[in-house]
Design a binder for this molecule. Structure first.
Ligand code: ADP
Ligand code: MG
Length: 717
């Protein structure tokens, strides 16, 4: 008898070797295997007689093997088999299929499934799927009826292990696992929810999703909307949402800091503003301020496309904390960005007398120690640094607010991890007054409903309005054979007083050869193409001091053309830069291109983004470039990105090496996600007439198992 948690290796037909292949796919337990859903289905219900076949259709045929043999053409070996029903015959062909040489014996019954083709008046099946049914003396008819391949709606699984584990193999193995699976599959979704949504039992769902009934609608199957599919998808999302909802409730129950929003604080905020905030910025600040006033910790996400002005809002929030006598930590994903925040913080906040420090990895150890002491004693009011630096080693005297910038670099699951370790900076216990507030900023334009459900543990503010005076960026695509024209254009722009970025795709900064190519590009541009202009280079492996210096010179306009790797991708802000040339644009992902382009179009001048392609451009790359040329709208781009890459990669979960959803898809299943969120909240509102405490406990137990498995977190809830 198999239990959900039994390792797959104990399913009949899977040994340790195959188990290893499955493990690479994330299939470790019987439960994983049973949730390995077919990605489509084939209607092989009604086997056809050969005479009624029509060219172009997909058909199932059961026939008797007559002749078979391998013959070689000049290009490749072809295996041919002729099957017959009475006097009619049907030819079947497989290319490069020497392995079929001794497969078929005359007289054997075989089930075939494939597309019917017309070859000069004769019908044939090319590369059909097949299954041998036995010899005609035996009970072939009955065997066909029991077959997993024909006479039914057949599940098609993605094969894996370099084709070793075929759809056929999965059909057999999953079938066996279902047959041996414990009849007592526990139901952890409360009855009221199940009734309301008409959910089928877990056991039925598992069976039907692999082996649908004859009458099931093909359309519902292909779109994952049969009752069985809905049950499994809802279940997965429900327990995730339950965890998020619980987390949110717990956070709200902690003691936080109730900052006061006095007139003096308001004045202090007004004083720093270099321009009129946009309506969206005002709204966001209001939401943040209202959170900060409350006596429980803020957990808020500030979402806004690149250039929407998140930094200013963050600084305003910082002032509230500082004016209340607390310290603020601002964490950036890269050192360059930390430095940039430091510059703008000094420009904007220092005139008011706030004490700001920058903590970077490249500082001398002595200096670092000194700064840490300064922080621990409460001297530093705003501490800016990279995540790595602040999370680990810094002790604050009185920390009131943590701002995490450009969270999208990390991905959702990593954020759970951060919170798990409670990796927020430490406040020494003596003055630990309450949990600090947390403001997370992201430029990932996740569609709002999705964000609401996905970031279920955060409240969300959106900057959906750009600061005034921006002219839309013009984006063009050119082949690199026209590089000369591009450089001429760049020169004209620079002569008109603007600055330019030239970005080179060094995705992996530790990739020696890529870096070399970028440096070669830089030398060419600085020595040959623009010998008379100020050209500098910036990449991730430069010393921090040097990086800082280059950024400062660029910011001051003393460098006209900055050749850079993707280190400038996130957050860099130089409004006078009006041109960006992206070399080998075909190698970048959509989100990355959008982020890069977000570095320009920040001032009043018209900005140009030139996507240069070199070499072969794949179909996917074509779509990405097209999209970039067509729109500046981050949300639209995000949707396409989501569609093309899948949510796992979009949110950075795959990079983090963590599993994504078992059966749900964030694109396909948005409706069910919302439903799951609603139902999860309703359950936690109990116990009441609808849900009993026992049911809640059962659901929570299941949720923890689920989270433990998906996120490796034990301590949710
Ligand atoms: P992001 O949201 O990408 O972090 P930034 O905070 O870097 O955007 O702001 C982008 C640019 O817009 C900066 O140059 C900033 O000074 C400017 N900016 C921000 N808010 C306003 C505003 N209300 N009016 C005019 N310019 C603004
Ligand atoms: Mg920013």
């Amino acid at each position: 008898m198999l239990e959900a948690t039994t390792p797959v290796q104990f399913v009949k037909g899977i040994g340790p070797r195959l188990a290893e292949i499955l493990a690479a796919k994330g299939i470790l337990s019987v439960d994983d295997l049973l949730h390995y859903l077919p990605f489509r289905y084939e209607d092989r219900l009604n086997p056809r007689s050969i005479v009624e076949l029509r060219p172009g259709e997909m058909a199932t045929v059961i026939a008797e093997v007559r002749t078979s043999g391998l013959f070689r053409t000049r290009r490749m070996p072809i295996f041919q088999m002729t099957a017959g029903q009475g006097r009619t015959r049907l030819r079947c062909l497989w290319f490069n299929a020497t392995y079929l040489k001794d497969k078929f014996q005359p007289g054997q019954m075989v089930a075939l499934y494939g597309r019917v083709q017309d070859n000069r008046g004769e019908l044939e099946l090319v590369q059909p799927q097949f299954e041998l049914l036995g010899d005609p003396e035996g009970d072939a008819e009955q065997k066909a009826a029991e077959s997993l391949e024909v006479g039914r709606i057949v599940p098609i699984y993605e094969s894996t292990g370099q084709g070793r584990l075929t759809p056929r193999w999965f059909r057999r193995i999953i079938r066996k696992a279902l047959e041996d699976f414990t009849p007592e599959v526990p139901e952890a979704i409360p009855t009221a929810v199940r009734k309301r949504l008409n959910l089928v039992s877990p056991r039925e769902a598992l069976w039907k999703v692999h082996w649908p009934n004859e009458g099931e609608s093909m359309q519902a199957l292909q779109s994952f909307r049969t009752p069985a599919h809905i049950r499994l998808i809802f279940e997965e999302l429900f327990f995730i949402e339950l965890g998020l909802e619980l987390k949110r409730r717990e956070q709200k129950a902690q003691t936080g800091i109730a900052f006061e929003l006095t007139d003096r604080v308001r004045e202090a905020i007004k004083k720093i503003l270099p321009f009129h905030p946009t309506g969206a910025q005002k709204r966001a600040l209001k939401e943040i301020a209202s959170d900060m006033e409350k006596p429980f910790p803020m957990r808020r996400l500030l979402q806004g496309d690149v250039g929407s002005g998140k930094t200013l809002v963050a600084f305003e929030a910082a002032i509230i904390a500082i004016e209340n006598g607390y310290q603020v930590a601002l964490m950036a994903p890269t050192e360059i960005l930390a430095q940039q925040h430091y510059f703008s913080a000094r420009q904007i906040l220092e005139p008011s007398g706030y004490r700001i420090v920058l903590l970077t990895g490249s500082l001398e150890d002595d200096r670092k120690r000194e700064i840490r002491r300064h922080i621990a004693q409460g001297g530093a009011q705003l501490v800016i640094g990279t995540h790595a630096l602040i999370e680990q080693k810094v002790e604050f005297e009185k920390l009131g607010l943590v701002i995490v910038d450009e969270q999208h670099r990390f991905g959702v699951l990593q954020r759970f991890k951060l919170m798990k370790k409670d990796a927020r900076p430490e406040t020494s216990n003596a003055t630990r007054v309450g949990e600090p507030d947390v403001l997370v900023m992201t430029a990932t334009p996740i569609p709002r409903t999705l964000a609401l459900t996905l970031y279920g543990d955060l409240d969300i503010s959106v900057l959906d309005e750009m600061p005034p005076g921006r002219t839309p960026i013009v984006t063009r695509r050119v082949g690199d054979e026209r590089a000369d024209e591009v450089w001429q254009f760049v020169r004209k722009q620079v002569e008109a007083g603007h600055q330019a970025y030239v970005v080179y795709p060094v995705i992996e900064e530790n990739e020696e050869s890529e870096l070399k190519a970028a440096m070669k590009m830089y030398r060419e541009l600085s020595k040959k193409v623009f010998p008379d202009l100020q050209v500098a280079v910036l990449h991730g492996r430069m010393e921090s001091d040097l990086k800082e210096q280059v950024m400062r010179l660029f910011q001051q306009g003393k460098i006209q053309i900055l050749v850079s790797t993707t280190v400038i991708e996130v957050g860099v802000d130089v409004p006078n830069a009006a041109v960006m040339v992206i070399e080998h644009a075909e190698r970048f992902g959509l989100a990355q291109l959008h982020q890069l382009r977000g570095r320009i179009g920040r001032g009043a001048a018209k900005s140009y983004c030139i996507l240069m392609t070199g070499g072969k451009v794949s179909e996917d790359a074509e779509r990405r470039l097209d999209m970039m040329v067509k729109t500046n709208d981050g949300f639209q781009i995000a949707e396409l990105d989501l569609e093309m890459r899948g949510p796992g990669e979009f949110f950075g979960t795959r990079q983090a090496g963590l599993p994504s959803f078992q059966v749900a898809s964030l694109i396909r299943d948005r409706d069910l996600l919302e439903l799951a969120k609603k139902e999860a909240a309703a359950v936690l509102a109990g116990p009441n007439a609808e849900v009993s405490q026992t049911e809640i406990d059962r659901a929570l137990r299941q949720m923890r198992t689920k989270w433990q498995k998906t996120y490796g977190l034990v301590e949710v809830g």
